[in-house]
Design a binder for this molecule. Structure first.
Ligand code: ADE
Length: 323
């Protein structure tokens, strides 16, 4: 994509950020570890939801070494309900690499940071700028939306990063990255009308006179694949039957309630069906339509792991039926 003109933003965004930044826990102590954990959590999850998860994570695993050494079940518990579990596996792999290849210290260098599992251009830029104060842009969907509205034109990540890199103000790199995020999150919002009346770059913005709805251009979306499942909630006294999912594919390696493609029926040897419910869970590319059979199990059948609800981390797709 051809390099485009972008109005100079720091002199507007830095005062805006100083005045109107939200108090967020990862802004208190901007260590590279805190930035890594928060940015990975924020990749697919809303700020309101992330706050509690982040605080709990940092209390339980305060240093990168603690994360590198944490048992998998503890990690899955800390992540339970956040979804996209690959993120936490990568996060631990990154922590292990910091310990083994970088002597326990994050490298203050975008290229080196990008070698960490799960760390792409965006996260490397966020750590380099927010934690190390380097002039490294962190371009995500929020930043692309802001730039595309300001200029009424399309930007890809590389062209946006190139244009922003030239604007990074020495000594204020950390705040400049966060000010762009803040503008996208609180003013130039993703859903519904942007709050142009309170925008610090209104007079520089091509879309402020109208037309924000058209930017950024939306790519054609493929419809989600529908899968119909029969899910079996086997209860034996206060325990339920769980099992591990395969190591590849959706929710790889996580716990699940026993299930089969619909319209499979419960095995009559398991016991009586006491309730049948319908449920739905939406993933990014797949949606599950579930028929959930609650069964009063006749015994603790050995093909399953029997557990008190809450003991094992269970993805939300299943956990919501435990009630
Ligand atoms: N969204 C993504 N990263 C963020 C951050 N560091 N602060 C607020 N919102 C964000």
């Amino acid at each position: 994509m051809k390099e485009k003109e972008l109005p100079y933003l720091p002199e507007r965004l830095l005062p805006f950020f100083a005045d109107r930044a939200r108090d967020l826990p990862w802004r208190v102590n901007r260590t590279p570890y805190a930035v890594l954990v928060s940015e990975i959590m924020l990749q697919q999850t809303r700020v309101d939801t992330v706050i509690n998860y982040f605080n709990r994570f940092m209390t339980e695993l305060p240093e990168v070494r603690d994360l590198a050494e944490a048992p998998e079940e503890k990690l899955l518990h800390l992540w339970e309900g956040l979804g996209y579990y690959r993120r936490v596996r990568n996060l631990q792999a990154a922590a292990k690499m910091i310990m083994s290849d970088f002597g326990g210290k994050f490298p203050a260098d975008e290229t080196e940071l990008r070698k960490l599992p799960g760390v792409g251009d965006y996260t490397a830029g966020a750590i380099a700028s927010i934690a190390f104060g380097l002039p490294a842009p962190a371009v995500d969907g929020n930043v692309l939306r802001v730039l595309s509205r300001i200029t009424c034109s399309s930007w890809d990540s590389d062209s946006a990063a190139a244009a922003l890199r030239k604007q990074y103000p020495a000594e204020r790199c950390s705040d400049f990255t966060e000010s762009l995020m803040e503008l996208g999150a609180t003013v130039c919002v993703p859903n519904g009308a942007p709050h142009c009346g309170t925008c610090p770059v209104k007079d520089l913005c091509a879309a402020s006179a109208g037309g924000w709805q058209f930017w950024p251009k939306k790519p054609d979306k493929k419809p989600r694949k529908r899968e119909d499942l029969s899910v079996f909630l086997l209860r034996f006294h206060d325990r339920i039957a769980c099992r591990k999912r395969p190591d590849t594919g959706l929710l790889a390696g996580l716990w699940e309630l026993p299930n089969l493609p619909a319209p499979a029926q419960p095995d009559p040897r398991w016991g009586n069906v006491i309730e049948t419910r319908k449920g739905k869970h939406i993933f990014t590319h797949v949606e599950w339509h579930m028929t959930v059979y609650t069964i009063e199990a006749a015994a603790e059948f050995p093909e399953f792991v029997w557990t008190v609800p809450g003991e094992l981390p269970l993805p939300t797709a299943f956990r919501k039926f435990l009630g």
